[in-house]
Design a protein around this ligand. Sequence first.
Ligand code: NDP
Length: 250
Amino acid sequence: MSSLKSDNKPLQNRTILVTGASDGIGRAAAKCYAANGATVILMGRSEDKLDSVYDEITHDKGPTPAIITLDFNTATPEEYSELANTLDQEFGVLDGLLLNAGILGERKPLAQYSATAWQQVIQVNLTAPFLMTKALLPLLEQADNASVVFTSSGVGRKGKAYWGAYSASKFGIEGIAQIWADELANISNVRVNTINPGATRTNMRASAYPAENPEQNPKPEDIMALYLHLMSDASMGINGQSLDANGFKL
Ligand code: NDP
């Protein structure tokens, strides 16, 4: 796909924040955005893992990224405000926000689901993306055409036994993405869409399906066409949609 070639640089001079950039799909997206010209703000909870993504991007001669650690399980609204202030001072604008970090939680019937696991999954997968978007909206509105991308799942569209809080959190994501998109449609240049990655070869997938042969699923690098499309000007005007990354072609 020609738009994935780094020499096109469709994200030149853009600043894009990626949550969960330390591993799996977020790591691949951060590297894809940098290869396409963006300055990427790598966000996660493990500084060591983020450092290695930073090293890979600079080794490949991408724009120097930034690293910010934040644990979404414990982050307070005040910490999101501090984050917004820091980014305002450093960059003054945010062109893209990929809300990708997530946890699986327990794979159990709802009748046996623990209250603690429920709260953690809803906190990390649903509350954190809401608080992050709210705090960063003024910075996104400084951009000519900002793009916010939420991350859903097949079980965010159809409930399935034993997917518990994860499924509920992804239904919530589909909902808040639609609400943001509708609220912002006529009053700002910020577009808001949702990606369902589909089965992808990551640690989370291996935890959810331990008996599965990982080779049968695409690697994160193989599903980046939609991630790139939604951050580039090619997707201007696309708002409020929920799209599948697996098999996406322009
Ligand atoms: P991984 O488990 O490989 O990566 C998850 C990322 O989220 C890691 O960077 C992880 O950081 C970060 N993260 C987890 N908890 C926190 C926290 N408390 N605070 C900050 N960061 C945190 O998952 P995937 O790459 O597979 O999944 C990415 C997204 O795609 C998720 O939203 C997932 O629900 C969704 N998805 C994935 C599918 C798949 O088949 N892989 C299918 C459908 C949806 P750390 O490195 O520190 O653990």
